[in-house]
Design a protein around this ligand. Structure first.
Ligand code: ATP
Length: 286
């Protein structure tokens, strides 16, 4: 389950602010723990990346692991769920044990909302309630897990159990939004790096791609190449005609409603956290 990631920062287009925050909160504690000790602060234990699907949350978590020379253990929320009593908690404990063995290590909990939804408090002892308890226990026991940082990712941060978002656990939340025009240009450049292009104006294409996520952009580039091959299986170049046709095929996944949803969510999360913890807004990166 341990991976040595090879994703570099230059493979991630845009997201400059998120990159910078991840450097400070994940890379520095792993590469310069003495600095934190010298200044008398405890590095964060975990953070949550949230935002629409396909905006690069997994990609950026891998990049920060690569650049921190850390190992990477990725698990998806639903994968841990088991109907057998105690099995799910055991899997989770195993992940933390392994991470400690191979530290420095980043544990990436994808689909965190499925793994740790708000506990119901009922008597039925649901798997998800037990998993949240286990996750809290594992994260609280991190004193002796030096060199392990947990990054959670979700599209639905509002349904995560609030106890997990308290200081000392996932105490930072970062919005990974859909790319703006400049970022779309960079993502297009990244994904066409090895593609023979002819008369293709990437700037112009980027300006048309409002609402396309990084994953959508990758999809458009792939589709353009497939269309070129469909036309001629000996094709040696991809032209603007192929890109125009690909844009018809692959539609943007971020709509105005999605943008509104995350903007509202940002406000709600901020006020909820500030109210609960009486912490300053500046401590949270939304
Ligand atoms: P989900 O919420 O569905 O898990 P995600 O936010 O984790 O999605 P990724 O899995 O990281 O998204 O992105 C899918 C693919 O899209 C990446 O492997 C990458 O090829 C491309 N991609 C996404 N964002 C970017 C970006 N900012 N720069 C370059 N490529 C990107």
């Amino acid at each position: 389950m341990v991976e040595i990631p090879k994703t570099k920062w230059d493979q991630v287009g845009g997201l400059d602010e998120v990159k910078q925050k991840l450097k400070e909160t994940v890379e520095w504690p792993l590469t310069n723990p003495q600095g934190f000790e010298r200044l008398g602060i405890t590095p964060p234990r975990g953070m949550v990346l949230y935002g629409p699907p396909g905006t690069g949350k997994t990609l950026i978590a891998k990049a920060v692991a690569t650049e921190s020379s850390a190992n990477f253990i990725a698990i998806k929320g639903p994968e841990v769920m088991s109907k057998w009593v105690g099995e799910s908690e055991k899997k989770l404990r195993e992940v933390f044990r392994k991470a400690k063995q191979v530290s420095p290590c980043i544990i990436f909990l994808d689909e965190l909302d499925a793994l740790a939804p708000a506990r119901t408090g009922g008597s039925e002892n649901k798997v998800s309630d037990r998993l949240v308890d286990q996750l809290l226990t594992s994260m609280d026991g991190l004193e002796n897990l030096e060199g392990v940082i947990i990054i959670g990712a979700t599209n639905r941060p509002e349904i995560i159990d609030p106890a997990l978002l308290r200081p000392g656990r996932f105490d930072r939340m970062l919005l990974v939004n859909e790319p703006d025009e400049e970022a779309r240009k960079m993502i297009l450049k990244i994904h066409t790096r090895d593609m023979p292009l002819k008369k293709v104006n990437l700037d112009k294409i980027a300006s048309k791609m409002v609402g396309y996520t990084g994953a959508d952009i990758e999809g458009v580039v792939r589709e353009a190449a497939i269309l070129a091959l469909r036309e001629n299986d000996e094709a040696k170049e991809v032209t603007s005609k192929h890109f125009d046709a690909a844009l018809e095929e692959v539609t943007p996944s971020v709509t105005e409603d999605t943008v509104k949803y995350y903007a509202e969510l940002g406000k709600k999360l901020r006020s909820r956290t500030v109210r609960k913890k009486k912490r300053s807004e500046d401590d949270l990166y939304m």
